[in-house]
Design a protein around this ligand. Structure first.
Ligand code: PEP
Ligand code: MG
Length: 835
């Protein structure tokens, strides 16, 4: 916070002045020179400061000493330079030595200044200075002479004793530090703009090292780890600020812990003043503050305050408490939380203080951490898990058929694939930590291990996967369980009152529904049915269907599927307990059902009672070159109508039993005509059921809009479709022409070259994919005013995308269960932003 602001609040701030960022621009425009006009203004300001403090720069009795600091509009901790104790020279030191401050203090301040000036302004090596001080011991005139000698040897020039020269050089150094390599790197990493540069603050020095009644410290107005409202912080008696920041000395607590050495016990009056400053600052800022302070001979000075960084748990608690205390209203509390951090709260994490041996890094695809024994196939994972072992499934890439392995595992690691690959989706849905696209992982099934640049990890050995950071470590690291306090529910409840978007859950198995409810899903926005067809028994029946030689054989196999399908939806409706459910019809390339190995092929041929040779021929006819654009989605309704019919029958029959009206979603729609064919087929199945049971089933039928052509035809499709669900994963794929499992290979380069701001599978590309969504909303709603429209692609759980999805007037977003809390919060923030 600005000095002026703190001063206006009546807080004890050392007087000073600021040269604004304009000076920085001028300085660089002039080829790193302070023009004479600026020097003139600087002189006037110093004169003002001298009047204000009653002290004079360079005067031996009652000298003014100043700090020269940077002041960037965006905080860049530790990146820019500072010069302290400016104004010290030999005569000032001797003068000060004769005052109550004492000789040790005076010469120490001078020595510190010589070194700091050398390091910051002339980039001199600190080592020889430190050696000189050590060999001389307690600061005295001789030490200062030695220090000056070190300066002169290294710099090849006299030490500037003239405070005015010191000031001009220090201001230049602070301005120079704006373009230092580390500052420029920090800006590029954190997206801080290059302009307008830094301001320069010149402030009267106060000394925490002026004797036993002086101190320096850092304080937080609340505990930054738990959020509890009690003063938290550390101080060092008789020390200067940089000592606490650099951690060279072990500090003491500010609050009493009974040891008798806290600030509360040793300087109770100062402690009381600090507490009242806490109240003032929090009242003004409405946020927990992180404060730097100094006590000079019993007087408290505040040097800096900023809104403090806290753990996610603490930020929730502080938000809830501040509303209760009347410091914030609910809107303000919800606005200030970072939805991106919320996800981490729901999962175990690796204990931060533990040393770890990082093996590799990939894309963090499903948050949380887990440790387990390495399994290299899904079957192995199931076997190990059946023995009660925690398992990490390590694969080159995953296929939908690995779903069993993913469910059996505690965590998943893949060498290829992006964050929206099916491995990631399934893992996220099941709450399993997952790291994908760890390109240096090389799985060697034959050798029974995987390798990462020379290190080989055997199957069965322990690794730990952190799906929040993307790190994979060797060994069985200890994890911490999250503690969800009452403030989590309180604050999210406020978000629910504010948001307009409804928030639903994407699920891949009925088991996911429980987590969806706990996370606050209002409905199941997408039940992916693919996995119910891949369960062991169902898969074998699917192969019989696809390989059947005659109509009767096929009919029998299709009928055998019905009870399995019914069981899935019975389980789903039971767990949903009345929550609305959207069920997507089978959307898996047929090729995914085909046997992969020779053994599987002959087993499948045997159970379909055909020759292996014929099975192979049938498999060849059903295989796709590019399965994501192949024989899948509603295309099956046309090519395999009995398959969709049995699924629809199972859904409608179980919905009837449960007394719910399901929303049935048709994937991969490209044209209105296609949708009409499916509508008629579904109506036919419903009519048959009605005949059998005597009561017509209730359902609504919607189109998944995930192909550009469907967007263009949205008006025509809305004539028949009762709702739209945007499959933004597929739409991103088809708009960019980039496969979602293949993007990782070159995405990083695109990002580095500034061609992509981020991963378009993670954060919606608003200009391209988003523009199409807007168009489909317009066209769809123009035809059907009450058309319900939502998103079920993974973007529905991404806070940055949610803002856009809110703004184009969607009704709901649907995402993986564990992303729901963040989505609820982000939806509330989006609603407030839109006003
Ligand atoms: C989508 O494409 O956005 C979608 C939700 O479907 P999938 O199951 O293919 O991710
Ligand atoms: Mg899709």
């Amino acid at each position: 916070m600005g000095l002026a602001e703190m001063t206006a609040l009546g807080l004890p701030v050392p007087p000073g002045f600021i040269m604004t960022t304009d000076v920085c621009s001028v300085y660089y425009d002039e080829g790193r020179n302070l023009p004479t006009e600026v020097e003139f203004v600087l002189r006037e300001e110093i004169e003002w400061l001298e009047r204000e403090t009653g002290r004079s720069l360079g005067k031996a009795d009652n000298p003014l000493l100043v700090s020269v600091r940077s002041g960037s509009p965006t905080s860049m901790p530790g990146m820019l330079d500072t010069v302290l104790n400016l104004g010290m020279n030999e005569s000032v030191a001797s003068g000060l030595a004769d005052t109550p401050a004492g000789s040790a203090f005076a010469w120490d301040a001078y020595c510190r200044f010589i070194q700091m000036f050398g390091e910051v302004v002339l980039a001199l090596d600190p080592e020889p200075f430190q050696r000189a001080r050590k060999s001389w011991g307690v600061a005295a005139p001789e030490v200062a002479i030695a220090m000056r000698q070190v300066f002169e040897e290294q710099a090849g020039q006299d030490f500037p004793e003239d405070p005015w020269r010191q000031l001009i050089a220090a201001a230049g150094a602070v301005l120079d530090s704006w373009q230092s390599r580390r500052a420029a790197l920090y800006r590029s990493i954190h997206g801080v703009p290059d302009r307008p540069g830094t301001a320069v603050t010149v402030q009267m020095m106060v000394f925490g090292n002026a004797g036993p009644d002086s101190a320096t410290g850092v304080a937080f107005t609340r505990d930054p780890i738990t959020g509890v409202k009690e003063p938290y912080g550390e101080y060092i008696p008789n020390a200067q600020g940089d000592e606490i920041v650099s951690g060279v000395q072990t500090p003491l607590p500010i609050r009493s812990s009974g040891a008798g050495n806290s600030l509360q016990e040793t300087m109770p009056e100062v402690f009381g003043q600090l507490l009242s400053a806490f109240e003032t600052l929090e009242g003004h800022k409405g946020a927990m503050q992180d404060i730097e302070f100094t006590v000079e001979r019993g007087k408290l000075w505040l040097l800096q305050t900023r809104s403090g960084a806290t753990s996610t748990e603490a930020s929730l608690r502080i938000a809830a408490d501040m509303v209760a205390e009347g410091l914030l209203d609910r809107h303000q509390a919800v606005r200030r939380l970072d939805p991106g951090l919320l996800g981490r709260l729901l999962h175990p994490s690796v204990r931060a203080d533990l040393p770890r041996e990082i093996l590799t890094r990939g894309l963090p695809a499903s948050p949380g951490a887990a440790a387990g024994r390495v399994a290299l196939t899904s079957a192995e994972a199931e076997e190990l898990a059946a023995q009660g072992e925690p398992v990490v499934l390590v694969l080159p890439e995953t296929h939908p058929r690995d779903v069993h392995g993913v469910h059996a595992a505690s965590a998943v690691l893949t060498a290829r694939g992006g964050a929206t690959s099916h491995a990631a989706l399934v893992a996220r849905g099941a709450g399993r930590p997952c790291v994908v696209g760890a390109g240096d992982v090389d799985v060697d099934l034959e050798a029974g291990c995987f390798r990462v640049v020379g290190i080989s990890v055997q199957r069965g050995s322990y690794i730990t996967v952190d799906g929040s950071s993307g790190e994979v470590s060797l060994g069985n690291l200890e994890l911490e369980r999250p503690q969800l306090g009452g403030s989590f529910a309180t604050v999210l409840g406020w978000a629910d009152d504010i948001r307009q978007l409804r928030v639903r859950a994407n699920t891949t198995s009925p088991n996911d529904v429980d987590a969806a409810r706990t996370m606050g899903a209002e409905a199941i926005g997408l039940f992916r049915t693919e996995f119910s067809f891949l369960e062991r028994e169902a898969l074998s029946i699917m192969r019989q269907i696809l390989f059947a030689d005659d109509a009767e054989q096929r009919r029998n196999a299709v009928s055998a599927l019905l009870p399995l399908q019914r069981r899935t939806y019975a389980d789903l409706f039971m767990r949903a307990r009345g929550l609305p459910v959207t069920i997507r019809l089978l959307d898996l390339p047929l090729s995914e059902f085909l046997p992969k190995s020779a053994a599987e092929m002959s087993a499948a041929a045997k159970s379909a009672r055909i020759r292996t040779r014929d099975a192979k021929a049938k498999a060849a006819a059903l295989s796709d070159t590019n399965s994501t654009l192949g024989h899948r989605g509603c295309r099956l309704a046309i090519s395999q109508p009995d398959l969709y019919a049995v699924q629809v029958r199972a859904i409608l029959a179980e919905a009837e039993v449960a007394g719910v009206k399901p929303q049935i979603l048709v994937p991969m729609i490209a044209s209105a005509r296609e949708f009409e064919v499916v509508r008629d087929a579904v109506a036919g199945t419903a009519a048959k059921l009605a005949e059998e049971t005597g009561s017509p089933p209730h359902y609504s039928l919607g189109a998944m809009i995930e192909l550009p052509r469907a967007v263009m035809q949205a008006g025509r499709i809305a004539e028949t479709a009762e709702f739209f669900s945007f499959g933004t994963n597929n739409l991103t794929q088809t708009v960019f022409g980039v496969g979602r499992d293949d993007a990782a290979a070159f995405l990083e380069r695109y990002r580095n070259a500034g061609l992509f701001a981020g991963d378009p599978y993670e954060t919606l590309d608003t200009d391209g994919v988003g523009a199409l969504l807007r168009l489909a909303v317009e066209r769809g709603k123009a035809v059907r005013k009450d058309l319900e429209i939502g998103v079920c692609g993974e973007h529905g759980g991404d806070p940055d995308s949610i803002r856009f999805l809110n703004d184009i007037g969607l009704d709901y977003i649907s995402c993986s269960p564990y992303r729901i809390p963040a989505a609820r919060l982000a939806a509330a923030q989006a609603a407030m932003e839109l006003g």
